[in-house]
Design a protein. Structure first.
Length: 197
């Protein structure tokens, strides 16, 4: 512990306003910067954790929406596949009925052909539903990527702002108060007349 020997003697301290930290009397700048580095790292970690906590609900919401979009795509693709199978069977039955049926063209054959045609037109709608579901998922995925990029950019900005070597330090002079003074040593000296001559 360094002691100030005179009430008028001042201690010069280094202060970093960014993390509200001051050096101790007699502490070298290198030692103070080392201590400052720990304080800065702690503050940066706290701010990064706070940022991640703030964005966590948004990320979770987007991930839930992506999961639902994946389920919708799978459902739409299954419906499209089923529609294609039904249409192929209907068209096949109509063609076979027309070719090998006893009557050349009957009302039932015409009805089956028109049903097959309607079923074929539904394939186009089912395919469009799949495309829309995939586009919707791509939009959600892009939002998630953008949100994560925004988070990383803010973390990078925090790292630049809180670089220990680049933080400005200022000096302040501190004058001791009477209550801060400490008597280190008291001595009593005896002098005899023969020692004075």
């Amino acid at each position: 512990m360094n002691h100030i020997s005179d009430q008028n003697e001042r201690a010069v301290l280094l202060v970093c306003d960014a993390v509200k930290l001051a050096s101790t009397p007699g502490e070298a700048e290198g030692d103070f910067r080392a201590r400052l580095s720990l304080a800065v790292r702690k503050k940066r970690d706290e701010q990064v954790a706070s940022l991640r906590d703030k964005l966590a609900p948004k990320v979770q919401r987007l991930q839930d929406q992506l999961r639902r979009a994946d389920e919708r795509i799978a459902r739409e693709q299954d419906q499209l596949k089923d529609r294609k199978v039904q249409t192929a069977m209907s068209v096949g039955a109509s063609v076979l009925g027309a070719l090998f049926g006893r009557k050349k063209i009957s009302a039932a054959t015409v009805g089956r052909v028109s049903t097959a045609a309607r079923s074929a037109s539904r394939i186009g709608r089912e395919s469009a539903d799949v495309d829309r579901a995939e586009e919707s998922r791509e939009v959600l995925q892009q939002r998630l990527v953008d949100l994560q990029a925004e988070c990383e950019a803010e973390i990078e900005q925090l790292s630049r702002e809180l670089e220990p070597a680049a933080l400005p330090l200022r000096q302040i002079a501190v004058t001791p108060r009477k209550s801060d003074l400490e008597v280190i040593e008291t001595a009593l000296v005896w002098a005899t007349p023969s020692s004075l001559s």
